[in-house]
Design a protein. Structure first.
Length: 363
């Protein structure tokens, strides 16, 4: 048994190294295109990584419901040859939280088209097509009700020879697969996520795009302190969610299928990372509740026009937010009940049910 465990750990570490190598290679392509440390780099990195992830996840899930595929070396070739009706039946059988892809949207399909004229348009159209097809699964909302789709045009960020850039990207993606490692657990994907965003979610280096976030190790401790017994069908909320580390660890402690996540954050970048985090950690069902918007000024989650109540609330205060421009707008009776010190007007007996855990850091 010990040998098997060691072998599994070795395989996991080897795969992690390959994922990190893929991330580094994508970042290198971005740097070669003049996008290193630019505001658009994180968008491209996130989109490309997600495209690869959902492409491989789709094939992984299809193989689970279509046993015939075990006999075929080329899964994509098999799916490409299916009749339209046969393919649609497969889509109906697929788990509702899995992205739907058409055969011409597979990475292997557009890889074969890389020498066609205007390849950047082919690449962009593929991503946008997937986004539209899966709008009901992966789109986020702003507090104003606007939908933010999972993908947008990649080439719009490339000033010089976008087709060469897209070609370089697709050649990095084709030689790697997540398929044999979707059974990896939370800790594995948590570490991958931290590595993926480390250059964009740090308060060091004086970058304009820096964001505060709670380290994964600390988030795990907070979650374990909050969850002392088994619970199910609960709601978890973070009003300044950032990239979602606190919420994701809390959901893992409870069980991803036993809770629903709600969040809000003003940052477009953090909201993009949060969606990525939810997808990696089997929390796709909560994406619709991950709102981009100003929680202080316009709290989104309500029940009958009253602030929604949740079973668990975690938060890293929005240290960097300057709300002086709308400070006077917050002077209302409704907001006086939102912003308080302590827990007023709660009977002593009920106060005992509340649990608080404070984490303060200047790192």
């Amino acid at each position: 048994m010990e040998i098997n465990i060691n072998k599994k750990n070795t395989n996991s570490n080897n795969f992690k190294s390959k994922v990190i190598q893929l991330i580094d290679e994508i970042k290198s392509v971005c740097a070669d295109a003049g996008l290193g440390n630019s505001g658009s780099e994180y968008q491209i990195i996130t989109e490309i990584f997600l495209y690869k992830f959902i492409n491989d996840k789709f094939i992984y899930e299809i193989k689970k419901i279509e046993k015939k595929l075990e006999k075929f070396e080329d899964t994509f070739d098999y799916l490409n040859k299916l009749k339209k009706q046969e393919y649609e039946i497969l889509m109906v059988r697929l788990n509702e939280n899995i992205a739907r892809l058409n055969p011409d949207q597979f990475i292997s399909s557009i890889y074969k088209r890389q020498d066609e004229p205007n390849f950047s348009k082919i690449f962009d159209d593929t991503l946008i097509g997937i986004a539209k097809k899966n709008d009901n699964i992966f789109s986020q909302l702003t507090s104003g009700g606007k939908k933010i789709q999972i993908f947008e045009s990649i080439s719009q960020h490339i000033n010089d020879n976008p087709s060469a850039f897209c070609k370089a990207i697709i050649n990095k993606l084709i030689n790697f697969s997540f398929e044999n490692f979707f059974d990896e657990k939370f800790d594995f994907y948590a570490s991958i996520f931290e590595y993926l965003i480390k250059d964009y979610n740090s308060n060091s280096g004086g970058t304009d795009y820096a964001e505060y976030f709670t380290p994964n190790a600390v988030s795990r401790i907070i979650a374990s302190c909050l969850i002392q017994k088994k619970v199910k069908n609960v709601t978890c909320y973070d009003p300044s969610a950032g990239s979602g580390t606190l919420l994701i660890n809390l959901a893992h402690e409870i069980g991803e299928n036993k809770c629903t996540i709600y969040s809000q954050d003003i940052s477009q970048k953090s909201s993009s990372f949060l969606r990525l985090n939810l997808i990696l950690n089997n929390l796709v069902h909560s994406i619709q509740n991950a709102i981009q918007g100003n929680t202080i000024k316009d709290p989104y989650h309500k029940d009958n026009n009253k602030i929604k109540l949740f079973d668990f609330i975690v938060s890293n205060p929005p240290f960097k937010v300057d709300f002086s421009n709308y400070r006077n707008d917050l002077e209302s009776k409704e907001n006086r009940s939102r912003f308080f010190a302590g827990i007023p007007n709660i009977p002593p007996k009920d106060k005992k049910k509340w649990k608080f855990f404070y984490y303060l850091s200047n790192t």
